[in-house]
Design a protein around this ligand. Structure first.
Ligand SMILES: O=C(CO)[C@@H](O)[C@H](O)[C@H](O)[C@H](O)COP(=O)(O)O
Length: 212
């Protein structure tokens, strides 16, 4: 039984109490956030921005939507706040968004290659990869991360539970440590990490541009 099972089953909570208990539990996980590795992640993103490299983002299911969200925020949310004439935004690309390419790879090859094959097309030296996975064990992410590292690229993992296989593959693991199977809080906190990073980037670039 994980913590959410316990919250509902052992305490027999109604919706109001469950909502309050879920929020309180999220706070306990947020308090354990790995700020050292979040700042290390930002250091790699900055390096990519300074050198005009691309940051690829990948994930399945709920984490695919987080990848799309990051692709939007790292690029456009940052551009919005900076001096558009200079355009110092991050070159961020979610590989979850082209259904034509994903369905072709899945249909013609194997679903395990949906990110790997896209990376084979787009990867350039100096690029970075963010792999988002609650379990850390999705085979298509593991295959993409291993190949990316073989090319000399840096891989950052936004992970959950015990970090899974990806924890030992990636260069920078940000693990929302939690009982196996507790997807919802891990996915919630990955979005919080996105917003921490994006908000910091916005201030950082506005500072560079002399706006703040
Ligand atoms: O959103 C959820 C669960 O909250 C699901 O869609 C979940 O993301 C999918 O089962 C994924 O395939 C899980 O993959 P991963 O995060 O463990 O790599």
């Amino acid at each position: 039984m994980n913590n959410l099972d316990k919250l509902y089953q052992e305490r027999g909570l109604n919706a109001f109490e469950f909502s309050r208990g879920y929020a309180a539990y999220l706070i306990t996980l947020l308090e354990k956030l790995d700020h050292k590795n979040i700042s290390e992640c930002i250091r790699h993103l900055e390096e990519a921005r300074q050198n005009a490299n691309t940051i690829f983002i990948i994930g399945n299911g709920g984490s695919a939507s987080t990848a799309s969200h990051i692709g939007n925020d790292f690029g456009l949310a940052v551009l919005k706040k900076s001096n558009k004439a200079i355009n110092k935004s991050y070159r961020a690309l979610a590989l979850t968004d082209n259904i034509s390419v994903i369905s072709a790879i899945g249909n013609d090859s194997t679903f395990n290659n949906i990110f790997l094959d896209q990376l084979k097309v787009h990867f350039r030296k100096g690029d970075k990869l963010i792999a988002i996975s609650a379990s850390g064990n999705s085979p298509n992410l593991v295959a993409a991360a291993e190949w990316f590292k073989e090319q000399g690229g840096t891989v950052i993992g936004w992970l959950g539970f015990d970090g899974g296989k990806l924890k030992n593959i990636v260069d920078v693991p940000i693990v929302v440590e939690s009982p196996k199977g507790e997807y919802a809080p891990v996915e919630d906190i990955h979005l919080v990490i996105n917003h921490i990073i994006v908000t910091w980037m916005q201030y950082h670039i506005m500072h560079e541009d002399g706006i703040v």
